[in-house]
Design a binder for this molecule. Structure first.
Ligand code: S6P
Ligand code: ZN
Length: 186
């Protein structure tokens, strides 16, 4: 990873509002501040015309039944898109927009996922190894974390009876529609 300019490590203690099961969160934090995900960035000027890129690595694990994931965000400049290329691992990209629509795209090695402008996005590792994705997005996009940090996504991705399952987020009461899902075969 030596060719990257910046390395971010996001630990459990920095994700206080992210996981739905607060009791499981507190219990896990009591036994150590687990490393949930890391980002390696290529620095470029954060202006229109430039592209920002890097690697996102979400480690495997769960808080209660909810899989390890990124905090998730909107782009501050809403009309900016993003592309992810999955290099390793298994997971999902959970997306929602301000109209209350949810979309889920599968991550598997070699799969490209396009994030439309105006959609918040969160990477979720549903597998047993690191989920590694390459991302690229416009230099002027910026990050709005506070919207998601305040309400959470409308959906959570949990393990239920051994299966990856998308459920309503008990912490989020905003109106929402059905989930649209796109897997590797669709
Ligand atoms: C940036 C892009 C990714 C994420 C990374 C970590 O627009 O979507 O680089 O920053 O996956 O997620 P988060 O939600 O902590 O920024
Ligand atoms: Zn983004």
């Amino acid at each position: 990873m030596s060719s990257f300019d910046n390395h971010i490590q996001r630990r459990l203690s920095a994700m206080k509002n992210s996981f739905a099961d607060r009791e499981a969160y507190k219990a896990m934090l009591d036994s150590g501040d687990a490393l949930i995900y890391e980002v390696y960035e290529n620095r470029r000027p954060e202006v229109a015309g430039e592209l920002l890129s890097g690697l996102s690595i979400v480690h495997p694990g769960r808080v209660g039944s909810e899989y390890f994931m990124t905090k998730g965000h909107y782009h501050s400049v809403r009309d900016t898109a993003e592309i992810y290329y999955c290099m390793q691992g298994e997971g999902l990209l959970l997306m929602e927009n301000e109209a209350g629509e949810t979309a889920v795209e599968e991550f598997s090695p070699g799969r490209v996922v396009y994030v439309l402008p105006r959609w918040a996005h969160r990477s979720i590792n549903t597998g047993k190894e690191d989920l590694v994705t390459f991302f690229v997005y416009p230099g002027n996009a910026g990050h709005d974390y506070s919207t998601i940090d305040t309400t959470g996504f409308r959906k959570c991705v949990v393990e239920q009876n051994g299966a990856v399952t998308i459920v309503d987020n008990p912490k989020n009461n905003l109106p929402h529609t059905e989930v649209s899902f796109h897997g590797a075969g669709a």
